[in-house]
Design a protein around this ligand. Structure first.
Ligand SMILES: [Zn+2]
Length: 295
């Protein structure tokens, strides 16, 4: 199956060279913090630090993550990281996708302020605790930063054979979607339920958060124009690849079975559907996964 996907992706990519070219004209965002060569810095007792992060894979519990982080680690690494658009190819690509999300959300969402995107290698300190490559990209509402390990993108290409550009852009747009949830108060509302609801209910809310972030990523795609050249088959293909790490597949790979109650991101099918919903509509208010009875 992976071979089949890979083959299709290759042919699709060559047909769609224009998709990448268009991004070439996009302004690169200056809100990129490049920590790739800095590592984590000293002073942190790694052995004692098992810090929850708001992780791409592990689900959502910002309150816990933030509290733990404040106990064990200073909020910020003191060493200065270069700010501005990186000059290497992958860094440029990331900065341009981020620039595109800034242009779109700045236009359609009045309360918008841009997040910072942190590029890192291996480990990084965030206001939500220690971020590690293994957890995948994540957004930290405490410092309003997106944390991206480029190794994850390399994984997308090699392990999951995802079509590079679109899958990577989607991941960034999804994390920006979480930033929108910070700005519109969704994170705070969810935080208010902490400790008062069951784990199963927490997981259900997490799925709604994740599917809304997918929908917001679609809203960006709608306005970004670049994405309009993709047909829905392409989107499904790319999203399925990008979400090969979706909960259902991840669980199948690791446990050999699926346990719906412990889903925190939604199934691949749900994620594709909500992304397309946002993509078709272009309106953030149509991404109300919390009121929707059927996800
Ligand atoms: Zn997410």
């Amino acid at each position: 199956m992976q071979l089949g996907l890979s083959r299709t992706v290759c042919s699709k990519r060559s047909e769609q060279a224009g998709v990448t070219m268009q991004l070439g004209d996009q302004r690169a965002s200056g809100n990129v913090e490049d920590r790739r060569d800095l590592g984590i810095g000293g002073g942190l007792g790694i052995g004692g630090v098992v810090v929850a992060v708001i992780a791409y894979f592990l689900g959502f519990d910002p309150g816990t993550a933030i509290n733990v982080a404040e106990q064990v680690a200073p909020k910020h690494d003191t060493r200065e990281a270069p700010k501005g658009a990186p000059t290497d190819e992958m860094g440029q690509f990331v900065a341009k996708v981020l620039g595109s999300t800034e242009a779109v959300w700045g236009k359609i969402y009045q309360q918008y302020r841009p997040p910072t995107l942190v590029l890192y290698d291996g480990q990084v300190r965030s206001a939500c605790g220690l971020g590690q490559s293994a957890t995948g990209p994540f957004y930290c509402p405490g410092d309003e930063k997106l944390y991206i390990d480029l190794g994850f993108f390399r994984d997308l290409q090699t392990r999951f054979r995802a079509p590079g550009d679109f899958a990577q852009a989607y991941v960034i747009a999804h994390e920006v979607g979480h930033h929108i949830q910070k700005l519109n108060g969704t994170f705070q509302k969810v935080e208010a339920t902490r400790g008062r609801i069951s784990q199963a209910e927490t997981n259900r809310i997490s799925v709604r958060m994740e599917l809304q972030a997918d929908c917001f990523a679609g809203v960006w795609g709608h306005h970004a124009g670049t994405m309009n050249q993709l047909d829905s088959g392409d989107i499904a293909e790319a999203l399925n690849a990008a979400t090969a790490i979706g909960d259902d597949r991840l669980q199948k790979q690791t446990q050999g079975r699926v346990v719906p109650e412990s889903f925190t991101h939604g199934t691949s099918e749900q994620r594709v559907r909500w992304f397309k919903h946002g993509m078709d509509s272009g309106r953030p208010q149509d991404c109300d996964t919390f009121s929707s009875n059927s996800l």
